[in-house]
Ligand binder design. Structure first.
Ligand SMILES: Nc1nc2c(ncn2[C@@H]2O[C@H](COP(=O)(O)OP(=O)(O)OP(=O)(O)O)[C@@H](O)[C@H]2O)c(=O)[nH]1
Length: 215
């Protein structure tokens, strides 16, 4: 039995160079490296957090969560490899670069990929417009990004892996969405166990059959 109550898997996706690796580094190690070393295939980092539901779920008690953060290569040549990992993630951090309009336009393509490969049709997703510190090179306005996110019904954050702005806040938001989903599925037990997967609710990190997603 691990020293945590839940193992939660998130996956970062988006075009090459938008800052997925940097974002996850900032979140897990609170550090930033200006060098660009493009991810080859897939990588992951972990961080332990205590989750407390603002709505008083989980009996009001803090839950020890081991967050596993999967970092995918944005390059097209790794696409079939990286999309194979989508189905095991419970939440998605969809990142574009505010200084690169094409990475913003590609958001819809990434969402279509998610629709095909994620564990359900409506997984929990947040959109992050990264490199918010590069205001003088901005190509996508906050209003435009927010409008798209509103249309899609997804939370939007303007982040900077460089300064750290909104990085933790955005991941906290995604964790809240996923934990609420877990809480609801425990309450309604709407799916038979055979259709459940992902995280152990009984604290056993090796048991992988007790996460029910209401989708
Ligand atoms: N100024 C600034 N630079 C950033 C930020 N985030 C990432 N970068 C830089 O952008 C470049 C690409 O960042 P990565 O994190 O490697 O990008 P990636 O999305 O993981 O790229 P792939 O692995 O190819 O998919 C690097 O030089 C980073 O230092 C940010 O918030 N602000």
């Amino acid at each position: 039995m691990g020293d945590y109550d839940y193992l939660i898997k998130f996956l970062a996706l988006g075009d090459s160079g938008v800052g997925k690796t940097s974002f996850l580094h900032r979140y897990t190690d609170n550090s930033f490296n200006g060098q660009f070393i493009s991810t080859v295939g897939i990588d992951f980092k972990e961080k332990k957090v205590v989750y407390k539901s603002a709505k008083g779920g989980f009996g009001g008690r803090g839950q020890r969560v081991l967050l596993q953060l999967w970092d995918t290569a944005g390059q097209e040549r790794f696409r079939s490899l990286t999309t194979a990992f989508f189905r095991d993630a419970m939440g998605f951090i969809l990142i574009f670069d505010i200084t690169n309009e094409q990475s913003f336009l590609n958001i819809r393509d990434w969402l279509s990929q998610l629709k095909v490969h994620a564990y359900c049709e409506q997984p929990d997703i947040i959109i992050c417009g990264n490199k918010g510190d590069l205001e003088n090179r901005r190509q996508v306005s906050t209003a435009r990004a927010k409008q798209l996110a509103d249309q899609l019904g997804l939370p939007y954050f303007e982040t900077s892996a460089c300064t750290g702005v909104n990085v933790e806040k955005s991941v906290d938001c995604l964790l809240d969405l996923v934990m609420q989903r877990i809480q609801q599925s425990v309450e309604t037990s709407s799916l038979p166990l055979s259709e459940c997967r992902g995280v152990s609710l009984d604290g056993d990190p090796n048991a992988s059959t007790s996460y029910c997603a209401n989708c």
